[in-house]
Design a protein around this ligand. Structure first.
Ligand SMILES: Cc1cc2nc3c(=O)[nH]c(=O)nc-3n(C[C@H](O)[C@H](O)[C@H](O)COP(=O)(O)OP(=O)(O)OC[C@H]3O[C@@H](n4cnc5c(N)ncnc54)[C@H](O)[C@@H]3O)c2cc1C
Length: 424
C-alpha cells in the first residue's frame, strides 16, 4: 500500500494543485497523484489569459472572486507568476459582434464589473500601432494574465510546504469504492486509502469517473499556440481579435493564436457524447476543423489497454501548421510595423469541454466521498484558484462559499443545463 490520506486529489494541473494547496492550508492530510508531471497537460499549455468578460453568467461570480485571488496570489504562494493586470480586450469584427458585447454588459452591470464598450480609436490607443477598421471592442480593465508554466507548480510547491504529499509519474488506475462510498484509489504503485477523492483529472476525468459508473459528458478540442521572438511593447491587455488572439509576456515575446479557431480530432468518445455536444457544435462548429488521425488510434488503443492512464503520461498533441501561419499573418496584418518577428516555438493542448462550456464542481451523490472539479472548457486557468478553494471547502465543510449548484454534474441529465452561453 502506498499510504493513507484524508483526501486524494487525482491530477496535478492548476485545479488539482490548487485544491491540494487549500486543503493542506486548512490542515487536511492530502495526497495529490499525477500520472505525468505537474502542469504537463492543459495547465502549462494555455494562453495565460485571466479573463472574466464574456463568460457564462453562472461563471461570472466565480471569475470575479478568482481574479480577487489572483491579485494576491504571488504573495500567497511566495512565487513570481508573471501576474499582470493589464485588462482584457475583445475586439469585435462586425456590428453584430459589437451588439452581442453590448448585450453582455447587462451581465457585467449585475455584478458591478468595470466592463465597457470602446470605439475603434480607443482600441487603437490600447494596441499601439494597430491597424484595423473594427467597430469597437469590449474592455475589462481588471482582467489579467500570468505565466501558465509557473502557476500549478507554485501551488504544488506551496501545498508540499504545508504538508501535502505530491506524487508524480504515478497513474491512478481506478477510484475504489465499497458499499456506495469511496475508500481510496488504486495507483500503479499501490493503493492509497482515503474517504474522499477529488477528481481533477482534466481531459481524463470522464474516463476515470466511468470506472465507478459515473457518466460525465466530456470531449476535447485541440488548441495551437505559438511563441514569437520579442517585439516592441504592443499592449498590456490580453487581446481577442478576429485576426488573432495574443498577449505579450514580460520578456517582450508574444503568445499568438489563430483567433477563435480550433481543431477537433475524432475519438471513440465522440460517438458516445455526440447528442450532448450537438448544441455546442451548432454554435461553434464553423470555427472548428475536424481531423481523423493519431488521437483516434490512441483512443482505440486506450480502450483495450489494461492501464490506459499509464499509456499516455502527458497528452502532447502536435500543433496545427495552418494555425501557426494564420496567427503570424494576423499579427503582421494588425501591427504592420511589428518588424522582423518570427515564431520560435509552437505547441498544442487538448482543451477539455463540457456540453454547456461551464465546469463540473461539486460532490456526487453516488459514490459518496467523490468530488469533481473538472471540465473547465477553456477557462480553467482563470478559474484555477477559486476552483481549488471551492473544491477544498466542499471536502472540508460539505458546502462551498459561492453557489456551485449550476455546476452540478446532474444538470446534464435532469434538464437544468442552460446549454452553451459564453460569448467569447
Ligand atoms: C491551448 C489552450 C489554451 C487555453 N487558454 C486558456 C486561457 O487563456 N485562459 C484560461 O482560463 N484557460 C485556458 N485554457 C484552459 C485551461 O488551461 C484549463 O481549463 C485548465 O488548465 C484545466 O486545469 P485542470 O487542472 O482541470 O486540467 P489539466 O491541466 O489538464 O490537469 C489534469 C491533470 O490530471 C492528470 N491525470 C489525468 N488522469 C489521471 C490519472 N488517472 N492519474 C493521475 N493523474 C491523472 C493529467 O496528467 C493532468 O496533468 C486553455 C487550454 C489550452 C489547452
Amino acid at each position: 500500500m502506498l499510504g493513507q490520506a484524508d483526501v486524494v486529489v487525482v491530477g496535478g494541473g492548476i485545479v488539482g494543485a490548487a485544491t491540494a494547496y487549500y486543503l493542506a492550508k486548512a490542515g487536511a492530510k492530502v495526497t495529490l497523484v499525477e500520472k505525468g508531471e505537474i502542469a504537463g497537460e492543459q495547465s502549462s499549455r494555455n494562453w495565460g489569459f485571466v479573463r472574466q468578460q464574456g463568460r457564462d453568467p453562472f461563471e461570472v461570480p466565480l471569475a470575479i472572486e478568482s481574479v480577487r485571488m489572483w491579485e494576491g496570489l504571488e504573495a500567497e504562494l511566495g512565487a513570481d507568476l508573471e501576474w499582470r493586470q493589464g485588462g482584457g480586450l475583445a475586439v469585435a469584427g462586425t456590428e453584430a459582434g459589437m451588439a452581442a458585447y453590448e448585450r453582455w454588459l447587462d451581465v457585467a452591470r449585475q455584478y458591478q464589473m468595470p466592463t465597457r464598450l470602446i470605439g475603434n480609436r480607443e482600441v487603437r490607443d490600447l494596441m499601439r500601432g494597430a491597424e484595423g477598421s473594427w467597430p469597437g471592442a469590449m474592455y475589462t480593465p481588471t482582467d489579467g494574465q500570468a505565466e501558465p508554466a509557473k502557476v500549478a507548480p507554485a501551488f504544488a510547491a506551496a501545498a508540499r510546504a504545508r504538508g501535502a504529499t505530491i506524487t508524480t509519474g504515478c497513474a491512478v488506475d481506478a477510484i475504489q469504492t465499497a458499499g456506495g462510498a469511496v475508500t481510496g484509489v488504486a495507483t500503479e504503485r499501490g493503493e492509497i486509502r482515503a474517504r474522499t477523492v477529488v477528481c481533477a483529472a482534466g481531459a481524463w476525468s470522464s474516463r476515470l469517473l466511468g470506472g465507478v459508473g459515473v457518466a460525465m459528458p466530456q470531449l476535447a478540442i485541440r488548441g495551437t499556440v505559438s511563441r514569437t521572438s520579442p517585439v516592441r511593447e504592443l499592449t498590456p491587455a490580453g487581446v481577442w481579435a478576429p485576426e488573432l488572439a495574443f498577449r505579450q509576456r514580460r520578456d517582450g515575446t508574444l503568445n499568438i493564436v489563430d483567433g477563435g479557431a480550433f481543431d477537433y480530432d475524432l475519438v471513440p468518445a465522440t460517438a458516445r457524447w455526440a447528442r450532448d455536444f450537438m448544441p455546442l457544435w451548432k454554435l461553434f462548429g464553423g470555427n472548428v476543423r475536424l481531423g481523423v488521425g493519431a488521437p483516434l488510434l490512441a483512443g482505440l488503443l486506450g480502450m483495450v489497454h489494461p492501464h490506459p492512464f499509464r499509456a499516455t503520461r502527458v497528452l502532447n498533441p502536435p500543433p496545427q501548421p495552418l494555425r501557426i501561419g494564420n496567427a503570424l499573418a494576423g499579427l503582421r496584418r494588425v501591427f504592420p510595423d511589428v518588424g522582423d518577428v518570427t515564431v520560435t516555438r509552437s505547441w498544442a493542448g487538448f482543451i477539455d469541454m463540457t456540453p454547456d462550456m461551464i465546469p463540473v464542481i461539486g460532490p456526487l451523490d453516488s459514490p459518496s466521498g467523490l468530488v469533481v472539479a473538472s471540465g473547465f472548457s477553456g477557462h480553467g486557468f482563470m478559474l484555477g484558484p477559486i476552483a481549488g478553494r471551492l473544491a477544498s471547502e466542499i471536502v472540508l465543510r460539505g458546502q462551498a462559499s459561492l453557489d456551485v449548484a449550476p455546476f452540478r454534474l446532474a444538470r446534464f441529465r435532469d434538464g437544468t443545463s442552460m446549454g452553451p452561453r459564453p460569448l467569447i
